[in-house]
Write a protein that binds this ligand. Sequence first.
Ligand SMILES: O=C(O)[C@H](O)[C@@H](O)[C@H](O)[C@H](O)COP(=O)(O)O
Length: 318
Amino acid sequence: MTTTVPLIYSFPEFLGVAEAVADHVISAQNMTLYNTLDHAQIELIKQDKLSRPSLLNSSSALSLSGNGNGNGVNGKVKKEKKKKVDIRFKIAISGGSLIKILKEGLLSRQDEIEWDKWDVYFADERLVPFESDDSNYGQAKRELFDNISGDIKPNIYHIDEALIDDPQECADVYEKLLIRNFAKKDSVKLPMFDLLLLGCAPDGHIASLFPKYGEQLREKLAWCLPVLNAPSGPENRITLSIPVICHAHRVTFVVEGLTKAPIMRTIMERPEKGLPSSIVNEGAAGRVTWFVDDDALNDCYDITKKKYKFLSINDPNS
Ligand SMILES: O=C(O)[C@H](O)[C@@H](O)[C@H](O)[C@H](O)COP(=O)(O)O
């Protein structure tokens, strides 16, 4: 494995991470829907006074860089045809502390979020009833989605709760849902999320891909995998596969806390160990961003950290 250096934004504390992640999410939303971050232009596009600049390919096949500035790839911008295209913001989230970060960061900026254009998927799910504290969907619903103000809600695509006792069937059904939504009439090899948000556990698992489950990490075809006997947390799970994760326009890791310091050092300084996130750093090179607090970077010496530059609003800290 060669050494690919991902973009790492560091923050002194949790709140800084939450504000920056929210800005990153809103920027990804605006780039996906409007192909610009310019608020004045976005307003004009919404009022039909300006065409949305679109890339030459369809929205599901765009290959934007993580921090595009709205001018399209290689300047190839053309005017969109008169007919309105229903562009959706396709985001996948995982569980854990990420949900709290999103709650903290997004709920205070709802006037900039077009929930009705969001399709929300789950990067992984623990196979427990939705009412359990361990359910990723359940937690996201209670903490985030139930707290959206107003009646406009995102489309949320969660697992079929009736299948939690059958991980294979549950994964197959979720994969079919992805195929239906992403492939439609076309045959696509992989779904392409506009943004995939992942955490990383102290044991190195991302989504529900665990470091010692080599066969799953080498999976090439399946979009969604069942996970049995997971070494931490609920035993049975489903997860998106590495090829699906690496195919997203933007893959963003959000990690905080001192307990993550040792694993962060291995990820950043020992990529040859082949941890799941190192595979993603390599496989999605150029599209991977890390938002990490200083505690989690405590043991890393050989990395370049950047200060996050707010794209959608003015920096709240300046
Ligand atoms: O269901 C899961 O286990 C999660 O989706 C998982 O991949 C999570 O992102 C990490 O465990 C980090 O969780 P924390 O941020 O809470 O440590």
